[in-house]
Design a protein. Structure first.
Length: 236
């Protein structure tokens, strides 16, 4: 039979890296340009200045965030390769010590000494599988996707751009910074709440509490930038 009636189906989040990158890019894209635009709204009288500065920030921010994602991905790959090489070397030089480490792993699961020895000797017959086992269960390292760095950079960068353009929309269709700030704030708050809601949904967190937290952080960042810019405007 292709299916079993009443079979238990487990649902797990498989694309965690992709979702993490979207969260990083989108959250910063919504909050940083919004905070910048809000801050400038308290200091300048021209929407064109705010739009120009906002676009410049989005370009610079998306590149910086994307580069950060790329370097993080490359670092993960380099670390894995380094540890893999070390494990192969240890299996060759000190196999008995490595076998003892395998036994310790199985001991944690309650297997007796005889069972441990049988499993270890069978596992040691294939050095590639042996090393793979040690990477996963001794070092807790999974082999990273070879395209991880590139994909991470693209996902974070694009998400930042998408998130960053939303706050600027309010200034494009209004004539004064004050009007633009009101529209921008409404759009950004709505988007922050929706983003926080779906972020909480895919990560298994309380939906409305997660959405509320993301929204409050964005509002706090924008409010701080607005007040600082307004204060400097009065001083100078």
């Amino acid at each position: 039979m292709s299916s079993i009636k009443g079979a238990h189906i487990e649902e797990h989040l498989r694309s965690s890296d992709f979702i993490t990158d979207i969260v990083i890019g989108m959250s910063d894209g919504l909050t940083v340009p919004f905070a910048l635009a809000a801050g400038l709204s308290g200091a300048v009288q021209s929407n064109s200045i705010i739009i120009t500065a906002g676009i410049a920030e989005i370009v610079a921010g998306s590149i910086a965030m994307g580069l950060g994602g790329y370097l993080a991905g490359k670092t993960e790959q380099d670390h894995y390769k380094s540890e893999l090489k070390r494990e192969f070397d240890e299996v060759e030089r000190i196999p008995e010590k490595e076998k003892e480490e395998v036994k310790l792993i199985f001991e944690q699961y309650g297997l007796n000494d005889q069972t441990q020895s049988i499993i270890v000797e069978e596992l040691a017959k294939d050095k590639v599988k042996w090393v793979d086992f040690m990477m996963k269960y001794e070092l807790s390292l999974e082999k990273p996707d070879v395209n991880r760095a590139r994909n991470s950079a693209a996902t974070i960068g694009i998400s930042y751009i998408v998130g960053g353009l939303i706050p600027l929309t309010g200034y494009i269709f209004t004539s004064t910074p004050y009007e633009g700030l009101i529209i921008s704030a409404l759009l950004t708050i709505i988007c922050l709440f929706i983003f926080g809601y779906f972020k909480s949904k895919v990560t298994g967190q309380p939906l409305f509490m997660g959405a509320f937290k993301v929204t409050i952080i964005g509002i706090a960042a924008a409010s701080a930038a607005f007040l600082v810019a307004k204060g400097f405007n009065y001083l100078f």
